[in-house]
Every structure is written in structure tokens, then in C-alpha cells.
Design a protein around this ligand. Structure first.
Ligand code: FHN
Length: 422
């Protein structure tokens, strides 16, 4: 991440002085790992329009191919995701060890994936599917104990004549953006916070031209309807509850504030039939650890097909992450950043009385020399073996030396626990 980007995140975070101490964020701070779902009409063309592969992220196909509203709308007639199974999706997040699920209620294409009374351009009114997947997900999230959050594109709406972004159907100079916010966005945010039970967060995006007053009124509306509901950083005008890093960009250094990075498993958010550039499970687990070591949250995306199926490579990788977390979750959930920075081979997280070393590259012979540890260390053990299986530990200056097994206990990340003063 460039210095200016990091500076921007820091500046924004400074303005959230109060929010940082806000206990409303506690569940989210502890969660560390969430499932992002980009699902909408763009899954029908899946990256191809009129025989042409359209470059870029799949959910932007309407914009990139400059598809007229009247043509794009027709996709709703083909959208009938009979394989959608809310229980399966929520269970996938659970098996991945994810603590919140954030799904596109409305993306920039303007199609509403929930039953809205403000428009007929929604999944219940405009498709033969006729079901409200948000209702089904809300029930399942409640049943399986995971927080449901809604992504809502508040500024860009390429379908609505007043929304931002579509200059091929609409004349920018004639747009009534204020009217769109007042009579469309606000009522829809109200619907999302009234009809689906308790919502963990509204995840706004691409703030662009939204004014301070408009951002503020949306935040106030969210909090009036559900005081516990969080608002992410992209509401705009530094009014969110926490900072959002840029897509797929993990800061190099400690941010020291509440932050989250939205990220893809391949190179698109919405489904693209020919994007097969899947990150490995090793890469994903190490990214999660890296993010946790810098105090952030990882919001990792899947892009289901128009039939309602989450692509198999995602279905394989997420539970593999969950399996690692099953053993090592204590070193991730509810932790704060540890003292180590800038080591290629190791990351650290901490909680009172425990410092966790996440070793990516296990040293030959098994002797770990970890510099930069000021805390008194009373003992060490491998998290996978439990506290009774102690490892010899000594100190040389500010370096702690742990004698571990000769070969890596975990090829992806082995967690060594140092017992410190609480
Ligand atoms: O334009 C969107 C994009 O389609 C996607 O939703 C991502 C997710 O963070 N947000 C915007 C770009 O930053």
C-alpha cells in the first residue's frame, strides 16, 4: 500500500476517536474473519456480453460494456437460482470459521436482491424465482449463529435515473442525486433494517459525490433503526465506525486502528465463468494471519453463479481455512497485534498473558530465534499440542529462543504460544 493510502486510512481513523472506544464494535473486533458475497444479475452474463469477454471485475459488466438499462433489465427474466440454499451458504461460512456474512443487497447495477416496496426492480418482483434470499439468509444466520450484514451501494446506481455512474442512459447534468438519496436510498436502508431482524452492519461502498450531510443522515438513520448496527468506512466523509482498506490491499505496517480489508479469492467479486486465478489455501491463511497481526479484519469474498452455487474452488478453500482455525483460532479471534513487524517468516498476535508466534517458515533444526520481544516469557508450547507439552525456551537480549520440533508442525503456519505476564 502506498504511503498516501495508508496516510488516508490513518487520517480517517483519527476522526473516529469515539468510535474506536465504542463497545458496539467489540463483536466485530473479535471476529477477524467474515464472508463477503457478491451476488446479482451480473452472474447471468458471468463476464461475457454478446460473445465478448468483458475485461475487469464481473459485477461491473453493465458499466464496462455500457449495457443500456432496458437491455440489462432483461437479465432478471433469466435469473432463477434454483440451487440457492441459504443453509448451505451460512454453513460454509461457519465451517470456514467466519463470524459474519455480508451480502450485496444492492450493488452498483441497481438490481435489488431483496423484496423492496420502493421498486419492482428486485428479485421478488422481477424474476420467476420470486423468493427473497435475504429473508432466507436472515433466518439461517439467526439459526446458525452468525451476524448478517448487508452491502448496499448508496451512491452508484446505474439503473436509477438519479444514481451515480450511468452516463450512457442518463444525462449527468439532469440527475436528481439528492432525490435519489432521499426517496430511494433512505427508504431502502429502512427496509433492510426493518424487515430482516438484527443486522450486524450496513456495508456502504464507493462514496464518491455523497455529501457530508447525506452520509451523516444515513448513519443516523441506521443508528436510529438499529443502534447496534455498524457502518463501514465507505459511507464516506469519515463517518463510518471503522476504516476500510483498499480492495485486496493489506497495509505493510501496523495501522493501529479498527480496519478491515475486503478481498477476493480469485480476481473478481461477482461470478465470472472464466476467472480461474484462485489463491491457494496457504496464501489465504497467511493473509488472514498477516491481517490479524496488524489488528485488521479479513472480509473474504465468494461470487455465486446465477444458479445460486458458490464456485467449487471457494467451497474447497474456505473449510480448509476453517480447519486451520479449528486448531489455531485462539491465536486469531479476539487478539490484538503482537510486537513483531517486518519479519518475513513470522507474524505475531497477542492477548493478556499470551503472545502467539505464527511461523510461516519453520527453521531447519527447529530452533526459533525471535527478536524484538520485551515481555518476560514464562514458557512456550505449540498451540496444536496444548499447554502441557512445553518447549524449552531461553533468552538472548531481546531475542527469545524456543526449541521446537525439527520439522514444521504445520506447513502453512505453526503457532507457538509464549506465556507472558497478563
Ligand atoms: O466497485 C466496487 C466493487 O464492485 C466491489 O464491490 C468492491 C468490494 O470492496 N468495492 C467497490 C470497489 O472498491
Amino acid at each position: 500500500m502506498a504511503a498516501t493510502e495508508e496516510g488516508a486510512i490513518r487520517a480517517e481513523a483519527r476522526q473516529r476517536e469515539d468510535a474506536r472506544r465504542d463497545p458496539r464494535l467489540d463483536w466485530w473486533r473479535d471476529a477477524k474473519f467474515g464472508l463477503f458475497i457478491h451476488w446479482g444479475l451480473y452472474a447471468v452474463p458471468a463476464g461475457t456480453w454478446k460473445g465478448q469477454q468483458i475485461p475487469g471485475i464481473g459485477e461491473w459488466i453493465m458499466y464496462r460494456a455500457r449495457i443500456p438499462v432496458r437491455e440489462y433489465e432483461q437479465l432478471a427474466k433469466q435469473f432463477n437460482p434454483m440451487n440457492f440454499d441459504a443453509a448451505e451458504w451460512v454453513s460454509l461460512a461457519k465451517r470456514a470459521g467466519q463470524k459474519y456474512l455480508c451480502i450485496t443487497a444492492k450493488h452498483h447495477d441497481g438490481f435489488c436482491m431483496f423484496d423492496s416496496k420502493v421498486t419492482d426492480y428486485d428479485i421478488v418482483d422481477a424474476t420467476s424465482f420470486g423468493r427473497d434470499p435475504m429473508k432466507e439468509l436472515a433466518a439461517e444466520c439467526q439459526h446458525q449463529g452468525i451476524k448478517l450484514c448487508f452491502y448496499y451501494s448508496q451512491t452508484q446506481d446505474w439503473h436509477h435515473p438519479g444514481g451515480d455512474g450511468n452516463n450512457w442512459d442518463y444525462d449527468e447534468s439532469k440527475k436528481d442525486f439528492d432525490g435519489y438519496i432521499e426517496h430511494y436510498v433512505k427508504p431502502q436502508v429502512r427496509e433492510l433494517l426493518t424487515n430482516y431482524g438484527l443486522i450486524g452492519m450496513i456495508w456502504f461502498d464507493t462514496p464518491r459525490r455523497i455529501t457530508y450531510q447525506q452520509s451523516k443522515e444515513l448513519v443516523d438513520l441506521v443508528h436510529e433503526l438499529q443502534p447496534g448496527c455498524l457502518v463501514n468506512g465507505r459511507i464516506g466523509n469519515a463517518l463510518g465506525d471503522y476504516a476500510e482498506a483498499r480492495d485486496n490491499r493489506i497495509p505493510d505496517a501496523l495501522v493501529g486502528e479498527d480496519w478491515e480489508v475486503p478481498a477476493t479469492i480469485n480476481d473478481t467479486w461477482g461470478f465470472k465463468s472464466y476467472d480461474h486465478n484462485w489463491k491457494s489455501t496457504e496464501d489465504l491463511i497467511r493473509k488472514l494471519v498477516d491481517i490479524a497481526s496488524k489488528g485488521g479484519n479479513y472480509l473474504l469474498n465468494v461470487g455465486p453463479t446465477a444458479e445460486g452455487v458458490i464456485p467449487q474452488p471457494s467451497v474447497e478453500r474456505l473449510p480448509a481455512m476453517g480447519a486451520w482455525l479449528e486448531t489455531n483460532g485462539e491465536a486469531v479471534y479476539g487478539t490484538r497485534p503482537g510486537p513483531l513487524l517486518g519479519l518475513e517468516w513470522c507474524r505475531s498476535t497477542a492477548r493478556p498473558g499470551r503472545l502467539y508466534l505464527h511461523v510461516f517458515d519453520w527453521p531447519q533444526g527447529g530452533e526459533l530465534r525471535v527478536p524484538g520481544i520485551q515481555e518476560d516469557v514464562a514458557g512456550a508450547y505449540l498451540l496444536s499440542d496444548g499447554a502441557d507439552a512445553t518447549l524449552p525456551v531461553s533468552r538472548e537480549g531481546d531475542a527469545v529462543i524456543v526449541k521446537g520440533p525439527a520439522s514444521a508442525p504445520d506447513p502453512i503456519a505453526s503457532v507457538v504460544v509464549l506465556r507472558t505476564e497478563a
